[in-house]
Design a protein around this ligand. Sequence first.
Ligand code: ADP
Length: 248
Amino acid sequence: QRQQSAILQCEQVTVEFDGFKAVQGMNLHLEQGELRFLIGPNGAGKTTILDVICGKVKPASGKVVFKGEVDITRKKEHQIAELGIGRKFQTPSIFPTMTVFENLEIAMSQNRGVFAALRAKMTQADRERIIAQMVMIGLERKADWRAGLLSHGEKQWLEIGMMLLQEPEILLLDEPVAGMTDKETDKTGELLHEIAKSRSVVVVEHDMEFVRNFASKVTVMHEGKLLKEGSMEEVQGDDRVAEVYLGK
Ligand code: ADP
């Protein structure tokens, strides 16, 4: 059996916006190679906790520890990204007039800080890595398509592929299946499980059917706090969770 160890710990994190506590004493422990779904009603603080992890928002108190030893609470966003925590927002940041392959090339070059003479520096091994990445995100037959012509779902996968080429150890995703077709949603669920074989993934999600179909462990937030954590069955069977979702 695989040995598990915490890759990320949020300890007693509190975030205030003009005195309003958006997150209050939140604890979140993520194991290596875990796919975690973060759910809860609107305004529960889910996006804010992702913002804290990636360094976009600084907590008023509490701390965030990466790999059990690196305190990233006060680090800058770019430093946290370089350490291996990647954040994907809802709007994909792809280059629409460039091809799928070129988008992936750019993502890989950012990893190495090579900006000029990109092609000249590409090795066969680099190309193979990009091809393998295209296969994983299901876009190998669209390598030469302009990214702007892809479907909404395909654009999201491309951006995930771009992130993966930067080799993050943790991926933070905000509603990755929003606006996707049912088929795209299912493919995304499978993709997330594939990614979690080698990395840890945190997904903020509103689509409860998607969560039911693909989540093993779920964290429920409510009013800035941890309400419940466990398997989907445990979470669904909890009275307080039912209460919070009443009328939804
Ligand atoms: P969720 O992602 O669970 O819907 P958020 O983390 O986006 O919740 O927001 C939590 C609470 O914090 C909400 O009440 C929201 O209005 C508030 N909030 C979020 N960001 C800001 C901000 N930049 N300034 C003021 N209030 C904010």
